[in-house]
Design a protein around this ligand. Structure first.
Ligand SMILES: Cc1ncc(CO)c(N)n1
Length: 217
């Protein structure tokens, strides 16, 4: 039998394809991405991660198994470390801005609403694309780039293509698959809905960074 993640991942294949074909990802891979665009992205991503880690803590606090709580809490604190490392490497003073873009705000607000208002398996499904998509993008770039030794964004690529991140992604998938085994049909439908939506928000995040999205007024 196909597990929940495989089945749901297959339904979002078109979103994954759009992400790896996006100019942001292609140019990051080819090292042609504009430095200011990447600076904008890193700043928005650090704003995103500082809220995302709270969503992980929220999911972790609702888990039934102690090891699952531990996983989400450790992921939340691990993100602080990744954030610090990426900040030090890429977040130059001129890119620092404390205002989240509309898409960043939307993604974080959506996660907060789902995690706070829905049951644990739905919250866990909502935070999952953040793990799985970055893992797939990291692997895709590493496998397809021809400039590993000279790409200025290599530290970023290496973070998400690392074995350490792969282990965390595998564990996140296992937790969600385990919840899906005993979820009601209504919960399964909602898990799929939120997973698809946050997968789309991942695409929107790259797209909004590429356009250096601003508030319209
Ligand atoms: C928007 C976004 N999604 C996922 C990750 C991976 O942690 C990230 N850094 N940023």
């Amino acid at each position: 039998m196909q597990n929940w993640y495989e089945k749901t991942r297959a339904k979002t294949e078109y979103i994954y394809q759009e992400i790896i074909m996006h100019d942001f990802v292609s140019e990051l891979m080819q090292a042609t991405l504009d430095k200011d665009t990447f600076g904008f992205y890193v700043n928005q991503d650090s704003l995103y991660l500082s809220e995302y880690k709270k969503a992980l803590v929220g999911v972790g606090s609702k888990c039934h198994r102690a090891e699952d709580t531990q996983f989400f809490y450790e992921s939340a604190t691990g993100i602080i470390q990744v954030e610090d490392a990426l900040h030090k490497e890429f977040l130059e003073e001129q890119y620092k801005n404390t205002t989240p873009s509309p898409t960043c705000e939307l993604y974080n607000s959506y996660l907060a609403r789902i995690v706070n208002n829905e049951s644990v398996e739905i919250g866990a499904a909502a935070v999952l694309p953040c793990f799985t998509i970055y893992k797939e993008v990291g692997d895709f770039i590493l496998a397809n780039q021809e400039n590993r030794d000279s790409n200025p964004y290599q530290a970023w690529i290496a973070t998400y293509a690392s074995d350490e991140f792969a282990q965390a992604v595998k564990q996140a998938i296992n937790i969600v698959d385990t919840y899906a085994l005993t979820a009601s049909p209504e919960s399964l439908a909602k898990m799929e809905e939120v997973f698809i939506k946050t997968s789309k928000l991942e695409w929107m995040f790259w797209d909004s960074a590429y356009k250096q999205e601003q508030w319209k007024i």
